[in-house]
Design a protein around this ligand. Structure first.
Ligand code: NAD
Ligand code: TYD
Length: 331
């Protein structure tokens, strides 16, 4: 397979490139990334010399560039996006540009070049928020109800991708996944922010009452789900991907991290809540399990432990990013 991966210098994209090069020795990857604040070539240091991997610095909104990159490609895996909710509250227009316009530009190129599969990485945040203490979960049939500029822009992208399937017959698939965690995640996001703050002996800020719930998906499990769907998922279909069977609040996750790092609760600090903070996300991933045999390979506590270890052992990667990551929260 010849793949075009967009946003491959970001968190999930870089993990995906590592995963794919390891599992598919016959395949080659072109990684198109603009290298925004969230893109780091350091995340791809160990594959940069691989003859099956090529990096192109550029914007997914440039039609000329995306047309030319897709000439010799059969599969597009589209990760590139502005991805951080807190930033979308500060700068919504960048989210519309990259997430909506950028996706449409890629779809046009995919159509012109007759790619065999266009796969969009989307989010469970398009479905809005679930109440606490309910058993309801998001599934492929949940109506869209985005609440932040980020989730609204991702919703628009999902609709465009489906429209290119219905209108033009482009063979697309979409995954709506829950919150990922693991190596190479920017320290502005919850789990790496908690771990890296504690390594630096700084308090960890919990928004609001700390009762918000996310469904944590280990990034390598997510990459395996994308692999199964790109190879065997049905064109036109959406698959929801989630991580957990048991739910934990942000407060409980913070406590687990504190314990794993041998510290105590005095490191916790409750801070002002995020505006329009979605209360609970939970994903029903029975479709991908039933159709393609996917389920998370290990439990959450094991994955959290290895994530803490990764950040402890890879300060060279996150230390240069930490100052900028914290500066967004001072605004
Ligand atoms: P990220 O912010 O870490 O990486 C995004 C990458 O896209 C960066 O490398 C950035 O430079 C690149 N990019 C942004 N705009 C671009 C543009 N206009 N042209 C080219 N490249 C551009 O994001 P992530 O956490 O790896 O998320 C990847 C995808 O998965 C996103 O589409 C996001 O919406 C989705 N997603 C992420 C999560 C999560 O928990 N991280 C959960 C659900 C869905
Ligand atoms: P985040 O990683 O920003 O992902 P998302 O907003 O896309 O779900 O946040 C995960 C949860 O953690 C969310 O409920 C907000 C909360 N949070 C904190 O309590 N403190 C923090 O410092 C951050 C970054 C997030």
């Amino acid at each position: 397979m010849k793949l075009l991966v967009t946003g491959g210098a970001g968190f999930i994209g870089s993990n995906f490139i590592h995963y794919w090069l390891k599992h598919y020795p016959e395949d080659s990857i072109v990684n198109l990334d603009k290298l925004t604040y969230a893109g780091h070539l350091s995340s791809l240091k160990d594959v940069s010399e691989n003859s099956r991997y090529k990096f192109v610095k550029g914007d997914i909104c440039s039609q000329k560039l995306t047309d030319s990159l897709m000439v010799d490609v059969d599969t597009v895996v589209h990760f590139a996006a502005e991805s951080h909710v807190d930033r979308s509250i500060l700068h919504p227009s960048e989210f519309v540009r990259s997430n909506v316009l950028g996706t449409q530009v890629l779809l046009e190129s995919a159509l012109k070049n007759k790619v065999k599969r266009f796969h969009l990485i989307s989010t469970d945040e398009v479905f809005g928020s679930l109440p606490l203490n309910s058993r309801t979960k998001f599934s492929e049939s949940t109506p869209y109800d985005p609440k932040s500029p980020y989730s609204a822009s991702k919703s628009a992208a999902d609709h465009l991708v489906r429209a290119y399937f219905h209108t033009f017959g482009l063979p697309i698939t979409i995954t709506n996944c829950s919150n990922n965690f693991g190596p190479y995640q920017n320290p502005e996001k919850f789990i790496p922010r908690m771990i890296t703050n504690l390594i630096l002996n700084q308090k960890i800020p919990i928004y609001g009452d700390g009762k918000n719930v996310r469904d944590w998906l280990y990034v390598e499990d997510h990459c395996w789900a994308i692999d199964l769907i790109v190879h065997n998922g049905r064109p036109g279909q959406t698959y929801c991907i989630g991580g957990q069977k048991k739910e934990f609040s942000n407060f409980e996750i913070a406590q687990k991290i504190i314990k794993l790092m041998g510290m105590d609760k005095s490191m916790l600090e409750f801070v002002a809540d995020r505006p329009s903070h979605d209360r609970r996300y939970a994903v029903n991933w029975s479709k991908v399990h039933r159709e393609l045999g996917w389920s998370p390979a290990k439990n959450f506590d094991d994955r959290l432990k290895s994530t803490v270890e990764w950040y402890s052992n890879n300060k060279w990667w996150w230390m240069p990013l930490k100052k900028q990551a914290e500066s967004i929260y001072r605004k």
